[in-house]
Design a protein around this ligand. Structure first.
Ligand SMILES: *Cc1c(COP(=O)(O)O)cnc(C)c1O
Length: 448
């Protein structure tokens, strides 16, 4: 008999009845009763605020370089940061469609508009490449920590980096970030793309001189191949999306900057004004890192909820069963095929689920057609064009509001909800070609 991490599917369903809904591709949610207060949960992560400080300082050292080589990073002086905007028209439209008012205010964090790759991967992915490049350059005496890193935008530096390789496995956006950043520095970059990766992302990378290796299979295979290639080559560095603390810390830096953005817009986050963040989740590094950062900044006043496609609820399954990366959605007969290419990771990160499980309040799934509808709605209401993965975040408030047991446990009373900030993390979209974006919107409009 085939078993999944030691049990049959029937036994799993008996122990966790929700698994049947996931297997049936039904929209589902789960609010983890084992979540801990922020202080206790943070102590289990194995990383600290000092680690996030270190990442932020490193990004600051690189800012002059980034400003010089990426025109899109000039208006922010080389700090790769995205706008925070209120989306009141979307809030009203969603409420009207669902027949449920969203108490508080709906905001969107537009990582879709980050420079370099138009996605959240411009945080973690770019950060890890910069960290690796800095280590090599320091070791070779090309720079000191006090130098102006524009020194690394020279033929000599590029020639130095060209002795080294950077490899990564990706569903698209991580490859885009790692590939573009690595090629800019002079590295030989190889991106192993899963079958989900869109053609335009591969074309774009090739135009930057990146070696794109294509697979017919899913993300785990692309990652395994990238890892294998790098293992046998001492000049190669593999960015391991399934296990990387560096990626995680690159994402975490977002939270402290968000705190400043909220302050500048006079948005209060405190015990009476909770922040509820809805984070699209693939392998888990992006939302996990951001959630870690948010918890270090806002503590118990922030509630983090992960969104996944009905066809790829990997973190949901991994945390609920406690089996994390020992299981993949495919083991349960779930196909991992979804319009949310950025979230098509069938096996969750080993690193994130086990460390972050006590800090993530809940998980929910979203159907592909709902993603398209939300893409179309956001374009109509706020003139924002985002990719389907990102639009999963707009379902979050409705799952939270319907979860009475969770609301009580989390102390989210009607009074507090009236003062809540609902933050949808918009993880990608700005670089999607117009034609492709128009087709997403048209697909959504069909059923609106
Ligand atoms: C990668 C990605 C995510 C999720 O990040 P993970 O680290 O894979 O969990 C969400 N949205 C988009 C658009 C992405 O590209």
């Amino acid at each position: 008999m085939t078993t999944i991490a030691g049990k049959t599917l029937e036994q799993w369903v008996e122990d966790y009845p929700l698994i049947q809904d996931l297997v049936d591709l039904k929209v589902a949610d789960w609010f983890n009763p084992e979540v801990l207060p922020a202080a206790e949960g943070l102590a289990k992560v194995g990383l600290t605020v000092a680690d996030v400080d270190d990442a932020a300082a490193r990004l600051k050292r690189w800012a002059p370089y980034l400003k010089q080589v990426f025109p899109a990073a000039r208006p922010t002086a080389g700090i790769l940061e995205s706008p925070l905007v209120a989306v009141p028209t979307m809030q009203a439209k969603l409420a009207e469609r669902k027949g449920v008012e969203i108490p508080g205010q709906l905001w969107a964090k537009l990582d879709s508009h980050l420079p370099i790759s138009g996605s959240i991967k411009a945080r973690g992915g770019v950060y890890e490449v910069l960290k690796h490049a800095e280590e090599l350059a320091l070791e070779a005496g090309l720079i000191t920590l006090e130098d102006d890193y524009r020194k690394l935008d020279t033929e000599e530096a590029r020639k130095f980096f060209s002795q080294y390789k950077v490899a990564v496995g990706s569903t698209g956006n991580l490859g885009l970030s790692i590939g573009i950043m690595s090629a800019q520095l002079g590295f030989q970059a190889s991106v192993h793309m899963s079958a989900d990766a869109r053609q335009w992302k591969k074309d774009k990378l090739r135009s930057h001189g990146v070696n794109v290796v294509e697979y017919e299979s899913d993300y785990s295979v692309a990652v395994a191949q990238g890892r294998k290639e790098a293992e046998s080559d001492p000049t190669a560095y593999f960015v391991d999306d399934e296990n990387s603390p560096s990626l995680f810390l690159g994402y975490a830096v977002a939270a402290r900057r968000l705190q400043g953005q909220f302050q500048s817009l006079d948005v209060t986050v405190d015990a009476d004004h909770p922040l509820i963040a809805y984070l699209p989740c693939g392998v888990g590094g992006g939302p996990g890192g951001v959630a870690f950062g948010l918890k270090t900044v806002f503590g118990d006043n922030v509630h983090c909820i992960f969104a996944e496609p009905t066809h790829s609820p990997s973190m949901f399954l991994g945390v609920m069963t406690g089996k994390h990366d020992e299981i993949a959605v495919q083991d349960f007969g779930i196909d991992n095929l979804t319009a949310a290419d950025g979230l098509a990771c069938g096996r969750p990160s080993a690193f994130v689920g086990s460390r972050m499980q006590y800090l993530i309040d809940g998980y929910y799934t979203v159907e592909d057609q709902t993603m398209y509808e939300n893409v179309a709605l956001l374009a109509q209401t706020e003139d924002l064009r985002i990719e389907p993965s990102s639009s999963t975040s707009f379902e979050g408030p409705f799952h939270v509001l319907a979860a009475s047991e969770y609301l009580e446990r989390a102390g989210l009373t009607p009074e507090k909800l009236a003062g809540a900030t609902h933050l949808t993390w918009i993880t990608g979209g700005n670089m999607v070609p117009d034609k492709e974006m128009d087709s997403y919107i048209a697909k959504g409009e069909e059923t609106l």
